[in-house]
Design a protein around this ligand. Structure first.
Ligand code: BGC
Length: 565
């Protein structure tokens, strides 16, 4: 297979990277669950969209208790998604179209069905098998209280007690997520060596990099001390976000403020080790950190020159549609990442957050991971949310650095709020007894063809989460070639971003606009974003693309336009 893209260095500094959530992207065999062959069959659509790379959420062998983020075999494909041969075919076809492929690596925890965890249960306290995970004796005279007070990200305690081989209640194991996701002990060299082998396995197959799951969680503070997180914190360690309410920027960066399981210094030597390993491979293979830590200068520690290449910019994702807050986070991002020589990344949606076509007009605080459902407060209506989302994406794609897009946002898909309770699968929903809806609403299989079964998701009507009737009008074939559609907006933004090389540019703020308007120059492009309600007059220059139809040179509220400078 010949690569049709240049093996240029630093491709990742400017790349537009499209996140595929394999369960919900395209289903080739009609079982209602997306698969690798489905992805291969839709690569032409992604090529047409104009992205540089795809990142695939997990497709590895897994009981799917957390939608694949519970891995039982890191070096094989779950039969639900296909085979290793399907993976190789998908990778070759992506490369043939000039699309690089990043896969998900889940090193903080395995599935409880992983052979190591099963061996740990069988081997008993004090064994080498248990030492690969975080088993501890319980507190209290009978050891029947958890070793500390930590809560799981998905709700409920972060510890589960096992029954020992002789039938007696035994030790407890740590799981920052679901009880089916035991945390590894990353101070154990055997764990480190195992993951070097997993990296090599996929690098040898030709992947272009790894998105590293929970890259802020692998090392825990010595002694596993008690900790109670702030009440308004997001479950992954990020902040809560509400439309119109700016972030509190002054979160302290003192190490003592960190949760004992997030952002511990010891994680960095692991990434230095991995970086050295990746650098032995040709073609700029990358590491991208999912590290929910505040503030941005701390996130920059993940992308120092000898560590990862990129870190997700969750501070940007969590910023409301507010000119001052956006300007603040853009400056802070460019400063923080720039100070270590890394590009900033930008992101508005992913498989863990409320889709931005909905989120940007929710009126009540909604911490990350809590999700939305019929009984949530502050529910938005679709049109204003979509309008803001289009404006927000048009601003984001004008920024220098690398941008992440989440499947379906190019169609303007909203969060699906009215999923029936019995359809929900997110462990958060179960572990909080329905108090938090969780993340299913952003994971509904996406629509391709308005008049096909499952809107073209697959050849049958089956869909692991029910698709709303609204998917018909939002299907890709209804939007392709239609002036003003969200799909055509994304295509034109991505094309012009590449033509004008915006990814490698710089931001210069333009003065003279109202407080609720942002205006910036990046190379030969000016972007004007109106976060207010009153129209604003655009400066001189041909309009290249706009998130809303313009009347003359007036940019309406909740809209962004690009002009030739
Ligand atoms: C992933 C989630 C997953 C969690 C546990 C995350 O940050 O993005 O989807 O539930 O890690 O693996």
């Amino acid at each position: 297979m010949t690569y049709s893209f240049q093996m240029t260095s630093d491709w990742w500094r400017t790349a537009a990277i499209y996140q595929i959530y394999p369960r919900s992207f395209a289903d080739a065999n009609g079982d209602g669950m997306g698969d690798l062959a489905g992805i291969t069959s839709r690569l032409d659509d992604l090529h047409e969209l104009g992205i540089d790379a795809i990142w695939l959420s997990p497709f590895f062998t897994s009981p799917q208790r957390d939608a694949g983020y519970d891995v039982a075999d890191y070096c094989d494909v779950d039969p639900r998604f296909g085979t290793l041969a399907d993976f190789d075919a998908m990778l070759a076809e992506a490369h043939a179209r000039g699309i690089r492929v990043i896969i998900d690596l889940v090193p903080n925890h395995s599935s409880d069905e992983h052979e190591w965890f099963q061996a740990a249960l069988a081997a008993g306290p004090g064994s080498a098998e248990r030492a690969r995970y975080l088993f501890r004796d319980g507190r209290g005279p009978a050891g029947d209280e958890p070793p500390n007070n930590w809560d799981s990200v998905f709700g409920g305690p972060a510890w589960t007690r096992v029954v020992e081989a002789d039938g007696t209640p035994g030790q407890w194991y740590l799981h920052l997520f679901d009880s089916s996701q035991p945390d590894f002990d990353w101070t154990n060299d055997e764990v480190r060596e195992e993951f070097r082998g997993i990296l090599r396995f996929w690098l040898d197959r030709g992947v272009d990099g790894f998105r590293v799951d929970v890259a802020h969680g692998m090392i825990k503070a010595d002694g596993l001390p008690d900790y109670t997180p702030p009440a308004d914190g997001g479950s992954m360690g990020g902040a809560a976000v509400t439309a119109g309410v700016p972030l509190e920027p002054e979160i302290s960066s003192e190490p003592g403020d960190l949760a004992p399981y997030w952002g511990q210094d010891g994680v960095h030597e692991i990434y230095r080790d991995w970086r050295a390993l990746l650098d032995t491979y040709p073609g700029e293979r990358i590491l991208a950190a999912e590290a929910w830590v505040d503030p941005l200068p701390r996130v920059a520690n993940w992308v120092r020159p000898d560590e990862m290449h990129q870190a997700f910019n969750f501070a940007y994702l969590e910023t409301p549609w507010d000119a001052a807050a956006l300007r603040g986070v853009i400056d802070a991002s460019l400063d923080a990442f720039g100070s270590v020589g890394a590009p900033s990344t930008w992101v508005l949606s992913n498989h863990d957050v409320v889709r931005h076509a909905t989120r940007l007009s929710v009126t009540e605080a909604n911490p990350q991971g809590h999700g939305l459902g019929p009984r949530s407060n502050g529910l938005p209506s679709y049109e204003p949310g979509l309008r803001r989302a289009r404006a927000a994406t048009t601003l984001m794609l004008a920024l220098p650095g690398s941008a992440y897009l989440y499947q379906g946002e190019e169609l303007g898909l909203p969060e699906v709020i009215d999923l029936p309770d019995e359809a929900r699968e997110d462990p958060t929903w179960f572990r909080t007894n329905g108090e938090r809806y969780g993340r299913d609403g952003c994971r509904v299989p996406i629509p391709w063809e308005a008049d096909s079964p499952s809107y073209g998701f697959g050849p049958s009507e089956a869909s692991w989460l029910p698709q709303p009737a609204q998917w018909r009008e939002l299907a890709r074939d209804r939007q392709r070639g239609v002036d003003g559609s969200t799909l055509e907006l994304y295509r034109s933004l991505l094309r012009r971003r590449r033509e004008h090389d915006l990814g490698s540019g710089a931001v210069e703020w333009l003065p003279g606009f109202r407080d609720d308007v942002l205006a910036l120059r990046n190379g030969d492009v000016i972007a004007v974003a109106n976060t207010g309600t009153e129209p604003v007059e655009l400066p001189a220059g041909d309009v290249l693309v706009a998130s809303e139809a313009l009347t003359g040179r007036s940019l309406p509220g909740d809209a962004t336009a690009w002009l030739r400078a």
